[in-house]
Write a protein of this length. Structure first.
Lengths: 284, 278, 334
């Protein structure tokens, strides 16, 4: 066995033992340990990966080493930025905003009619479970190769989860709270703004958070069906074809960063809006 | 135009028109719920008048209709027979005239609003000016002994304090009727005693008419000028007891023979209702 | 004391103005039916302006006079305006070979032609049958789902019982849900192909990967759902970890188990379909979608889409039925 590979395995074992010691040791409930343990685990996996590729001479067309991916990432920042803007900003983000707004408005309309709600909620739930990504070829055909068709795919993908969550959130007030509004002789809009919307916020943000990942998936996968010569999905599919996997991994790195940053951004807003909810209350 | 003038005037008008001390008058009130298991007689042939400044307790086992009656007064349920007036109007007109404050079994404060903003909620809905809102909040926080807690969120306070805040919310818009549906049911005995004492003091200070639903005999006897004993299936009034206790009531009054005599009569009334049941 | 007359005690007491006298089943079915009918109506309405240009072009080629006669003018004109000017061609928009938007009836006919009709001819599993493609996708989905679910449950059991696994892996499992993992599908296919793994397995691995983390996270939640009092009770009995697991943790995790399985199944299907797209695969619903989009065969795209939807509905429906039966047996259903 090659010694580079051997050292990487040794490091993995050492890191794991250290983690076991930390997780069962004195300071196991401290914040620093909670951060250190998963970080060390992640690093040890990367070291193992690097050792595996270098030690066993795994060809780059099967699995490039983390350092090679990182080098490629640094060397191609301008392409990556261009792809990021095309796919994330133009496709995913604009589609997300439009889809969320549309779902919200429809949810408010549906909520006014009990009949509509009973009809639309099962249909919406059903749609939310479908492989909606399949509409991508149709929408690419209708809206062209550029970002508009990607935004359209994203609109369709994020619409139903947000709709269903918002409609359910608007029903989430309990009877006593509605009775209270009734004794104040509050109007529809007063009880919507002062009671039902604030109470629905945890549900709405649930939908918004699920939709962040869907938006990015929709925008990337839609590019597999045709795109201009930029975009993350375009780059992934063409670079896979040319077997330059380090570039593919660099795009995936961008997608991972963009995806978790997007999610984190929505989660931070959620924390400010729904600070009162039991799940958000610590430290207040 | 001062919105309070607007909201108060129908009540005042009704008061002047009737010119009587009667605040709530129910005659031959019936209420039948249609359930999946058939009709349920929640209230049958309920006759009751409540005068201005009365403290009326409704007591009885679960299902006797005491909460339902309070909800009818508050226009949260609609009777299927008989008549009821509140301040000389239908309950629904009284609701629109903001004639009463309602306190529910749980505090029901909005977790996303501070205590002060929770108390402002009805005032915002009723269109009070910002200055008036501030003034009222300050006034009612003092009434329920919560000064200095206005900026806290409900979940930062104990259960008893939350319930006091919800009473403050019901007092904020100066309705002259206070309807309370087992407001202290979920609290422990000691907190309950304390709040009972405070409620009596508040009643003495404000002269409001109070309708109070409870499960507890001592609580009913301690608080009330009249005790309405109800029994289930069908929900009806079996006894109305006028309290002979003075208006001034220290907690120790509960050990006097007079208190125990009234409590005994209430218990007898409740037993009679049960006998019918079995 | 049987009937509590609290406001929250008895359901359906309030006379609801609409449909109160309907049977409960009708109360839930009628609105859904109306909504579906509305969608179909909307579909047909949208179809006319969507397809009018093509209809007019074909009519013109066949020698008819349309308004405006110039193709370029028509391209720039408002579609609804074109419909109003050429009402005679509305019927044409409903029966084109390659419409921009096929009607529900066209999709249905295509679905029938490629499934039921072929079965009747005894060619149910020929390569031109949609059943064959659905079967290809289904087998990748189910295989991937099985791998991912078993793996996810195993990891969840490990995380619940090992502090170090919990601390080291759980944050990554949660974070991975925010990452568009689907993007690596093409790479997995190509890499596995290049080392000689082809056919079902690469797609199944994508499916497995997609449903792995949701199942892990859901099951960790489920296995942790017993409260402290229930755990303390077993502790007082001196129950072993295995006994606690089988008698408390596993049964309490059942509602979470089925919810995770539904999410995992939906994800696995998406994984299989996307796994069929990038490599020029010729088999499976994803390949049908891609081929349809290459050749402009819209009816084929729509029918593949409906087949995928149907497949998802059936798979998730099966889990839902299992859930109902199991939870009812365990006395956990509401």
């Amino acid at each position: 066995m090659n010694h580079i590979f051997g050292w990487s395995i040794a490091f993995l074992i050492f890191a794991t033992l250290l983690n076991v010691a930390m997780a069962n040791g004195e300071g196991r409930d401290q914040a620093i340990t909670r951060l250190l343990v998963p970080t060390l685990f992640g690093i040890s996996l990367l070291v193992f990966w690097e050792g595996l590729v270098r030690g066993l001479n795994v060809p780059g067309v099967i699995l490039p080493a983390p350092t090679a991916i990182w080098e490629r990432f640094l060397a191609s920042t301008s392409i990556l930025r261009q792809d990021f803007i095309q796919t994330f900003v133009k496709g995913a983000l604009s589609g997300y905003v439009m889809g969320a707004a549309a779902a919200f408005v429809v949810a408010l309309l549906v909520d006014r009619s009990d009949f509509l709600r009973r009809g639309l909620l099962p249909v919406g739930n059903f749609m939310a479970a479908l492989p909606i990504i399949g509409v991508a070829p149709i929408l690419v055909m209708w809206f062209g190769f550029d970002w508009q068709s990607k935004a359209a795919v994203v609109v369709v993908m994020v619409f139903f989860p947000i709709l269903v969550n918002t409609v359910e959130g608007l029903r989430a007030t309990d009877r006593m709270q509605r009775d209270l509004m009734h004794t104040y002789a509050a109007s529809y809009w007063q009880s919507l703004l002062k009671l039902r919307l604030p109470a629905a916020m945890p549900f709405i943000f649930n939908g918004l958070k699920v939709a962040t990942t869907l938006a990015l998936i929709g925008a990337i996968v839609a590019e597999f069906f045709g795109s201009p010569i930029r975009g993350m999905g375009f780059r992934i599919s063409t670079e896979v074809g040319r077997l330059s996997l380090d570039m593919v991994w660099a795009e995936i790195l961008v997608a991972a960063i963009a995806g978790s940053a997007f999610y984190g951004f929505v989660a931070v807003i959620e924390r400010h809006v729904t600070f009162w909810h039991p799940s958000q209350r610590r430290g207040r | 135009m001062d919105p309070r003038m607007k909201t108060d005037s129908p009540v005042a008008a009704a008061r002047a028109e009737t010119a009587s001390p009667i605040v709530i008058a129910a005659r031959k009130l019936d209420l039948t719920f249609q359930t999946n298991d058939g009709p349920v007689l929640a209230l049958r042939d309920v006759n009751l008048t409540v005068n201005r400044g009365d403290f009326v307790s409704f007591i009885g086992p679960s299902g006797c209709g005491k909460t339902t009656f309070l909800r009818v007064v508050g226009a949260l349920e609609h009777p299927t027979g008989g008549e009821i007036t509140v301040n000389g109007m239908t309950p629904d007109e009284a609701r629109r005239a903001r004639a009463y404050g309602y306190v529910f079994q749980a505090a029901g404060l909005y977790p996303w609003r501070t205590i002060a903003k929770n108390i402002k909620l009805p005032l915002e809905i009723m269109g009070y000016s910002k200055d008036d809102q501030e003034r009222q909040v300050e006034r009612v926080l003092k009434l329920v002994d919560l000064e200095g807690f206005g900026n806290k969120f409900p979940w930062q306070l104990s259960g008893g304090m939350q319930q006091r805040a919800s009473i403050a919310r019901a007092l904020a818009f100066d309705a002259d009727i206070l309807l309370m549906d087992e407001p202290f049911g979920a609290l422990d005995e000691i907190v309950r005693d304390h709040l009972n004492e405070q409620l009596l003091a508040l009643w003495a200070r404000t002269g409001k008419t109070i309708g109070f639903v409870t499960h507890s005999i001592p609580e009913a006897v301690y608080l009330s000028t009249r005790i309405v004993v109800m029994s289930p299936r069908p929900g009806r009034i079996t006894d109305v007891i006028e309290s002979t206790l003075p208006r001034e009531r220290p907690l120790e009054i509960r050990d006097t023979p007079e208190f125990l005599a009234i409590a005994h009569r209430v218990r007898e009334g409740l037993r009679a209702g049960h006998a019918y049941d079995e | 004391m049987t009937s509590e007359l609290r406001p929250d005690a008895a359901p359906a007491r309030h006379p609801t103005p609409a449909g109160s006298r309907m049977l409960p089943i009708l109360r839930s079915v009628v609105p859904v039916f109306v909504v579906l009918a509305a969608i179909a109506a909307l579909w047909y309405t949208a179809l006319v302006p969507m397809n009018i240009r093509e209809s007019l072009t074909q009519a013109e080629r066949a020698g008819a006079v349309v308004d405006p006669p110039n193709a370029i003018e028509r391209r720039d004109a408002n579609a609804i305006g074109l419909v109003l000017k050429n009402p005679a061609y509305i019927a044409d928009t409903l029966r084109q070979d390659r419409p921009r938007l096929p009607g529900p009836d066209q999709v249905w006919r295509e679905l029938w032609a490629t499934t039921g009709a072929m079965v009747l001819e005894g060619k149910g599993l020929s390569k031109r049958s949609l059943l064959y493609h659905a079967w290809v996708t289904l087998s990748a989905t189910v295989l991937g789902f099985a791998i991912g679910t078993v793996g996810g449950i195993a990891l969840a059991v490990g995380i619940v019982h090992s502090r170090v696994m919990n601390m080291a892996i759980m944050p990554w499992a949660i974070a991975s849900q925010t990452i568009p993992i689907l993007a690596i599908a093409p790479m997995i296919i190509v890499v596995l192909n290049s080392i000689g793994v082809t056919g079902l397995l690469p797609k199944a691995l994508i499916s497995a990967y997609l449903c792995f983390f949701p199942v892990t996270v859901g099951m960790v939640k489920g296995l942790r759902s017993p409260d402290a009092m229930q755990l303390d009770l077993l502790h007082t009995y001196g129950a072993s970890r295995a006994q606690t697991f089988w008698k408390l943790r596993w049964p309490s995790s059942m509602p979470y188990f089925f919810t995770s399985m539904k999410i995992g199944m939906a994800a696995a299907l998406v994984g299989a379909i996307v796994g069929e797209m990038p490599t020029g695969a010729v088999r499976g619903l994803g390949a049908r979608l891609l081929a349809g989009s290459y050749y402009g065969q819209t009816v084929q795209i729509w029918s593949a889409l409906f087949a995928a939807a149907l497949l998802a509905a059936v798979l998730v429906g099966i889990i839902g039925a299992l859930q109902t039966v199991t939870l009812k047996r365990m006395g956990m259903s509401q």
